[in-house]
Design a protein around this ligand. Structure first.
Ligand code: HSE
Length: 372
């Protein structure tokens, strides 16, 4: 396999290092803006050099961002090249465009590193699907949020200090809003549900609430009531009906999720035959992420394409009801309140869709569902 590598940052450099000692694949050209020299790859700023090189059969996109990553990936598919990417925003945003195109052109498209970094989550879903239906996917998919929540809970750090630490350790996206507002987890949930259920989720039907409004007082309220807060995704399918949402969630202190430290991820599926399976590991970082990029290249050499056939467009129906912790409520919240926790309330069961619609109109509030 001859690889055209787009980007030489955290992930790109890792891919180059891991492939350097392999004889089944070679990074032939690297497209990046820095002036670097590599012993056995041509470095260029010009993507056309990769596109026009007929000996390059696979493009590894490790640039991040939507543009020009989308234009480069699209034209590489058009030119008949396989794609491997770790870019969840790219794949989730352009799923309905890129996946049918890849199928039409007969090229492989893989993005295992996009969800769970070093965890082989999407390729495991591909394997699970060979034997059984998946009824649930979800869990802790963002290392930055887990690092912040864990530091606030275990070390008593305030939100700003915990975020600064996560940024300095290189976990956070360039714009931390992508992490703390739940957008990164939202991309990862959409990709996971699409693969697990063989559908294309209507993105507008999948709400996301983040952690940017959480306070030390909230953490104290959770501790006093025996809970730990995590940002989690949740997607289900049953009889042709789907749920999908991202939100802070309170887990009993003895739950597996509550024990996940620092920037680790814990992603879970429920299979009709195998039951519940959880996958724990590094969701970010150079070598864990590059590891799964290289795994994807090996899978392509073994003849694999995408993880599932491109599926029909479906909307999530989030009418399922959950109890919520709400700080910063109004009359509607007061009418639905069942308990008081410090300066916040816990509601009676409220539809997830209704709660997220309320939060949109009350963006200064903090909400967390209580895990059932
Ligand atoms: N910013 C992401 C995280 C990186 O914190 O998990 C990996 O997607």
């Amino acid at each position: 396999m001859k690889i055209g590598l787009l980007g030489f940052g955290v992930v790109g450099r890792g891919v180059y290092d891991i492939t350097a000692s392999r004889d089944d694949m070679q990074v032939a050209k690297v497209v990046c803006l820095e002036d670097i020299q590599l012993p056995d790859a041509e470095v260029t700023r010009d993507f056309q050099k990769v596109l026009n090189d007929e000996t390059i059969d696979t493009v590894v996109e490790a640039m991040g961002g939507l543009h020009p990553a989308y234009e480069f990936v699209r034209s590489a598919i058009e030119a008949g090249k396989n794609i491997v990417t770790s870019n969840k925003a790219l794949v989730a945003t352009f799923y309905d465009d890129l996946l049918p195109l890849a199928a039409e052109k007969g090229v492989a498209f893989r993005c295992t590193a996009a969800v769970g970094g070093g965890i082989g989550w999407l390729s495991e879903l591909e394997r699970v699907r060979r034997v059984e239906e998946v009824s649930m996917v979800g869990g802790i998919m963002n290392g930055t949020c887990n690092y912040i929540l864990d530091s606030m809970t275990r070390l008593g750090l305030d939100y700003g200090e915990a975020l600064r630490q996560a940024q300095s350790l290189g976990y956070a996206e360039a714009n931390p809003s992508t992490d703390v507002d739940g957008i990164d987890t939202w991309h990862k949930l959409i990709l996971s549900a699409n693969v697990a259920f063989g559908v294309s989720l209507e993105k507008a039907s999948v709400p996301a609430a983040g952690i940017s409004r959480i306070s030390a007082g909230d953490i104290a309220n959770f501790k006093a009531n025996g809970y730990t807060c995590k940002l989690v995704s949740h997607g289900t399918q049953k009889d042709g009906s789907y749920t999908a949402y991202v939100q802070p969630t309170l887990f009993p202190q003895g739950a597996l999720e509550a024990a996940v430290p620092t920037n680790f991820n814990l992603i879970t599926l429920d299979g009709e035959v195998s039951g519940r399976q959880s996958f724990y590991g590094q969701g970010a970082g150079r070598y864990p992420t590059a590891y799964n990029v290289v795994q994807d290249c090996v899978s392509i050499l073994a003849g694999k394409g995408f993880y599932c056939p491109y599926g029909k467009k479906v909307s999530a129906d989030n009418s399922v009801k959950l109890r919520y912790y709400v700080r910063g409520g109004d009359n509607w919240i007061a009418e639905n309140a069942a308990e008081t926790w410090g300066d916040a309330v816990v509601t009676n069961p409220v539809a997830v869709s209704e709660m997220h619609a309320w939060l949109k109109n009350n963006p200064a509030a903090f909400i967390a569902a209580i895990a059932e």
